[in-house]
Structures are given as structure tokens and as C-alpha cells.
Design a protein around this ligand. Structure first.
Ligand SMILES: Nc1ncnc2c1ncn2[C@@H]1O[C@H](COP(=O)(O)OP(=O)(O)OP(=O)(O)O)[C@@H](O)[C@H]1O
Ligand SMILES: [Mg+2]
Length: 242
């Protein structure tokens, strides 16, 4: 199967710090890839590169078989690459409906009102549609951010820590939305979170980053049970033969 996204030999430096180093991977259509790694591993920097918020110092990207030109996040979003942010970046003084509408209109959707109504229904946000986002609990603000990301039916959605600070029911709700997106739209998702168990429950493959480098990328179970993840992520010493 041809890759939807190809990331090839990408590096990002901040001064002398290599936040992402020579990183390559492919993402396939209708795949949920979990991106895991400790704080500072380079996950959000990689997301910025994929979503056009940052140009890599080295390497290139392809989407749907074509090289991705240098363009900002709006260009990438129009192309079908969407995201949520670790720090939600919502319009807190606008209503739920307005937050999602602004996003649809910014991307030039012609039938934006209909799209927004569909998303409000899909995400069970209808009862809150006219409430200011600032008045909602974090769990629902996170769903609004998801609504913004998927309103124009992107082919790839990158979710940067959508589960952080959620209780078990909030996590289950977001997992359910991710599963529905995969089943019903055929689109692809990159899911980043420190709740590795919850990521593993929806991702078919995991990409494990550490200190800017790709350490392992493979089937979820294999990566989770690897010595590398045990030692570098969970900080467990594995027994060595003497
Ligand atoms: N704008 C920036 N300027 C300088 N250094 C940065 C910048 N953004 C990130 N970094 C550094 O790059 C490294 C990777 O950061 P990044 O935010 O990508 O990690 P992360 O894996 O997303 O971490 P977390 O799990 O905490 O969100 C870190 O050492 C961070 O301090
Ligand atoms: Mg991050």
C-alpha cells in the first residue's frame, strides 16, 4: 500500500540542540500511529514540521505521493493535514459553534454552517453549541479542539496530547471519537500522548522517540514490550545476562 505521508531524514535544530534528528517514517491510509516519548523527545517539534508550522533544517516530506512544498499551517490544512495543539489554542471568548465555524471558514469551506452542525452532532456538542468555550470544563474544550481539527474532513489529523488531564471517562470519549473517525472516514491519525496504555488501545503501530531520535517504529505490542521502551521511557532496568 502506498504511504499517505512520508517523512524522510528530517532534522530540526534549536541552536545546538537537535530536537529531531534524521527521522524517517511512513504513515499509511486509514492508519492510527501512536507517537510516544518522554518530555522533550521532540514529538511536538515533529508535529510542527508535519503541519507546516516549522520548516525542517534537513530532510523532506511527501503527502499522497507528492513532495510537500514549504507552506504554513493553513496551506497544509487546505491540503488535508490538520492538528490539535498541546495547549488547545481555542477562542475562549467565542461560543463552541463559533470556534468550529471560524476554522471551517478560514479554510474556505463553502458549506461551513452545515459542516459545523454535522460536527456538533457527531461530537455530542449540540447542547453546548451556544456556550462560551471559557465556561466549559477542560474535557469538553478538548472535544471542541477535535471538532476544529476535523470539521473540513482532513485526510490526516495529528492529535498532540488530546488525553492529557482527562479522567477515565474523558479518555474513553476521545478514544471513541478516534475509532469512529478511523472507521467512518477512512482517514489517518497520528496520536501523541503520555497515556501510553490509552494510545496503545487505538493505535496499530507505535513510533517511539527519545532525545530527538526515532528509536523504534512497529506494531504496537512489539514496541510496548521492547527493552528500549522499558529502559528509555519507563526507566526500568532490564536484566542482562552475566
Ligand atoms: N521554540 C523552541 N526553541 C528552543 N528549543 C525548543 C523549542 N521548542 C522545543 N524546544 C526544545 O526541543 C526539544 C523537543 O521539544 P518538544 O516540545 O518537541 O518535545 P515533546 O516530545 O513534544 O515534549 P512533551 O512531551 O513535553 O510535550 C526540547 O528539548 C525542547 O526544550
Ligand atoms: Mg509536546
Amino acid at each position: 500500500m502506498a504511504a499517505l505521508l512520508k517523512v524522510a531524514d528530517v532534522s530540526v535544530w534549536f541552536g545546538g540542540l537537535a530536537a529531531v534528528q534524521n527521522l524517517s517514517f511512513e504513515l499509511f491510509p486509514n492508519e492510527c500511529l501512536g507517537l510516544i516519548g518522554s518530555n522533550g523527545a521532540g514529538k511536538s517539534t515533529l508535529v510542527d514540521v508535519i503541519c507546516g508550522a516549522r520548516s525542517p533544517n534537513k530532510g523532506f516530506l511527501e503527502f499522497d505521493g507528492l513532495p510537500l512544498p514549504e507552506e504554513g499551517p493553513r496551506g497544509r490544512a487546505i491540503r488535508g493535514i490538520s492538528r490539535t495543539f498541546q495547549g488547545l489554542r481555542l477562542f475562549y471568548d467565542l461560543t463552541v459553534r463559533e470556534n468550529i465555524l471560524v476554522r471551517a471558514e478560514a479554510l474556505g469551506a463553502t458549506d461551513s454552517k452545515r459542516l459545523v452542525s454535522g460536527i456538533l452532532e457527531r461530537l455530542n456538542l449540540e447542547d453546548a453549541s451556544n456556550r462560551f468555550v471559557r465556561d466549559l470544563p477542560l474535557s469538553r474544550q478538548k472535544i471542541v479542539a477535535l471538532g476544529q481539527a476535523i470539521v473540513t474532513s482532513p485526510r490526516l489529523t495529528v492529535l498532540d496530547e488530546p488525553l492529557a488531564s482527562l479522567d477515565a471517562s474523558g479518555v474513553a470519549r476521545v478514544q471513541d471519537i478516534i475509532r469512529r473517525q478511523l472507521d467512518e472516514t477512512g482517514h489517518s491519525i497520528i496520536l501523541i500522548d503520555h497515556n501510553v496504555t490509552a494510545v496503545a488501545a487505538v493505535a496499530t503501530r507505535l513510533l517511539f522517540m527519545h532525545a530527538g531520535k526515532l528509536i523504534l517504529c512497529g506494531p504496537t505490542r512489539e514496541v510496548l514490550q521492547s527493552k528500549e521502551v522499558a529502559e528509555l521511557y519507563f526507566g526500568k532496568m532490564t536484566a542482562t545476562a552475566s
